[in-house]
Design a protein around this ligand. Structure first.
Ligand code: ATR
Length: 272
């Protein structure tokens, strides 16, 4: 039986085992998928151990997405651009690092939700690891502008400098957004995990505008509530992105693309 796992800390509440078990059933693939709790200081040892056992592939979640890159034998171009690795593929002598978060986000937005990015004014809130991973994938869709806004002004400036060759990226701060309007506003801050959202001026969501929070569950609630109050025609959480990044990893590992819609629907069904 081919073995896979998600590694993280904490990892007990990860939805990845549920998602990959559903993909495996649906596609008739025989595999196992566990959640492995890994302390940061043990990351290198555990990666070697899981390789030896052997595991065929791993997903990587917080807080290991950055650290894992340095422990890979090779890292894909898109993972280098994201500065993070979320998928590991076994090689004979180590792990190849990849990142499916960006394609997962773009697929959820464009295919599942039917929102195109070409020619749109896009606002990315936050300039940490989560925001960074979306910049190259968004610019590849040819938006009219990608504004990256943050509390701390230095981080967007650094990101804009680094990604400027890929498209029209503009560094901003939240308060400076007053008077501007965006067709798509993406929350990539971690503020929702503290039950809040960035302080934003009103009226930055354009007529017919869409809002998307990368987190899901209670962490997505403050921003999604703000989005609805601002008149967004659609206010989505990141559960679809979670399922899509998993599907992209599954396809890399198994060579078959699972159907994401039934799995997303199952995750959205309240537990009895
Ligand atoms: P992640 O990996 O989730 O992106 P991170 O790299 O620590 O985590 O980045 C957190 C992001 O959320 C940053 O953009 C941070 O803004 P600052 O750089 O200005 O600190 C943002 N953030 C966190 N809490 C916030 C809050 N209460 N209001 C606004 N932005 C917040």
């Amino acid at each position: 039986l081919d073995r896979y796992a998600v590694i993280g800390h904490p990892v007990a509440h990860s939805k990845s085992p549920f998602i990959h078990a559903a993909f495996a059933r649906q596609t008739g693939q025989k595999l196992s998928y566990d959640a492995v709790e890994v302390l940061p200081e043990l990351l290198a040892d555990v990666l070697a151990q899981l390789h030896a056992e052997p595991y065929q592939g791993l997903n990587v979640t917080l807080p290991h997405k950055l650290a894992v890159a340095a422990l890979c034998e090779s890292v894909s171009e898109r993972a280098k651009l994201a500065g993070a690795v979320n998928t590991l593929v076994r090689t004979a002598s180590g792990w190849a690092g990849d990142n499916t978060d960006g394609v997962g986000f773009i697929r959820d937005l464009t295919v599942n939700l039917g929102v195109a990015l070409a020619g749109k004014r896009v606002l990315l809130l936050g300039a940490g690891g989560a925001a960074r991973g979306l910049i190259a994938p968004i610019l590849a869709e040819r938006p009219a502008e990608l504004a990256v806004s943050n509390r701390n002004p230095w981080k967007p400036e650094e990101l804009a400098e680094q990604f400027k060759a890929l498209g029209p990226i503009v560094p901003r701060t939240h308060l400076s957004l007053k008077g501007d309007r965006y067709d798509l506003v993406i929350n990539a801050t971690s503020a929702g995990h503290a039950g809040t959202l960035p302080r934003l001026p009103g009226q930055i969501v354009a007529e017919g505008g869409v809002c998307y929070d990368l987190s899901y569950g209670t962490a997505a609630e403050p921003f999604c509530a703000w989005a609805r109050a601002q008149g967004a025609v659609l206010s989505a959480d990141g559960l679809g992105m979670l399922v899509e990044q998993a599907a992209a990893a599954f396809e890399i590992w198994r060579g078959v693309r699972p159907e994401t819609a039934p799995v997303l629907a199952a995750l959205r069904t309240p537990e009895p």
